[in-house]
Design a protein around this ligand. Structure first.
Ligand SMILES: Nc1ncnc2c1ncn2[C@@H]1O[C@H](COP(=O)(O)OP(=O)(O)OP(=O)(O)O)[C@@H](O)[C@H]1O
Length: 304
């Protein structure tokens, strides 16, 4: 058997600690599939970034991200600037697993392991936001802050419900922000907005049809800007977005670009793949076909 050496970077606290419980079974299944795996358990914020860079320096053939979107985001930040980037496998064992859902990577660990064993890779676009990187989504506007404001203890206790509770709290205090958005291929936007979302994939934030035309390998971002609106309008548009019917609403601006800048006179935080990614101003750019990610060869979505 042609053995591969993989570095599995896992967050022992993610997804209500499921990863910790599953680890021995995962290692055994990968071993049986010809992948010799050594592990790094993350110790806190930023550790997965350092571990990914170190894994590349040590010459591993593959990196496996095991945990949620936060762990994946940190690993991508450890890989994106390296000259050689080995294939990245994903074991979605977090709370929301947005990116795995977008790629159709199975939620069940056995099937996710089998995909990694098959090692079919696709080159995916990566987003650059100032000096950081994201794979799924970048955004701003007070509602987008909810993903990193949910206390991790609450996530461990009640899972995804913690995000819904925080979302309701943020919606009640929704405020518009003045933004100037400029870039390639669209007219500049200068107005008060509720939020902006720069989508690399088509499934983000639990909304599976938020950016229906977005593709991870087209060299473009799909950008969605929600204009100033009141709470009932916001709820109406959000429910349309659940069905992918929001793009023609007059409150929604939608365009595609490979590069854009966002400036504001206000204090606005940047959300990158659900994590805090600094503040505006922001320069956003697509790095086309930048990262080999292990996916389902059939291309069918099997996340469930
Ligand atoms: N040992 C650790 N103890 C506490 N926090 C950690 C530890 N290791 C990593 N972290 C932090 O936990 C955060 C969240 O982890 P992760 O995204 O993997 O899981 P999740 O929150 O359950 O899933 P999701 O992001 O998909 O909702 C990461 O931002 C990371 O910095």
């Amino acid at each position: 058997m042609d053995y591969k050496r993989a570095r599995l970077i896992y967050n022992p606290t993610s997804g209500r600690e499921e990863m910790k419980r599953r680890l021995p079974d995962i290692l055994q299944r990968l071993e049986m599939g010809g992948i010799e795996t050594s592990c790094h358990a993350t110790t806190g914020e930023g550790d997965a970034t350092r571990a990914a860079t170190e894994a590349i320096e040590r010459g591993f053939d593959m990196i496996i991200a095991a945990g949620g979107d936060g762990t994946l985001y940190e690993i991508i930040n450890g890989m994106a600037e390296q000259e050689y980037r080995p294939p990245l496998g994903i074991l979605p064992l977090g709370t929301t697993n947005d990116f795995a859902r977008a790629l159709g990577i199975p939620k069940h660990w056995e099937y996710a392991c089998d995909l990694i064993i098959q090692q079919y890779t696709r080159m995916m676009d990566v987003g650059k936001a100032n000096d950081r990187y994201f794979i799924n989504i970048a955004g701003g506007g007070s509602l987008t802050e909810l993903t990193y404001e949910v206390p991790s203890k609450l996530k461990t206790m009640i899972g995804q419900l913690a995000y819904y509770m925080k979302g309701l709290e943020k919606m009640v205090r929704l405020r518009p922000t003045e933004l100037l958005i400029q870039g390639n291929g669209f007219a500049p936007i200068h107005e008060e907005i509720m939020l902006f979302l720069i989508c690399n994939s088509n499934s983000v934030g639990g909304f599976e049809r938020l950016a229906p035309e977005a593709s991870l390998d087209d060299g473009l971002f799909d950008v969605i800007v929600l204009r100033k609106c009141n709470l009932p309008e916001f709820i109406r548009i959000a429910s349309m977005a659940l069905r992918g019917e929001h793009l023609n609403d007059p409150h929604v601006i939608h365009f595609r670009t490979d590069q854009m800048t966002v400036t504001t006179p206000d204090y606005v935080q940047i959300n990158l793949d659900g994590e805090y990614g600094g503040n505006l101003p922001g320069a956003f750019q697509v790095l086309p076909a930048h990262l080999p990610i292990i996916v389902d060869e059939s291309g069918h979505s099997s996340y469930n």
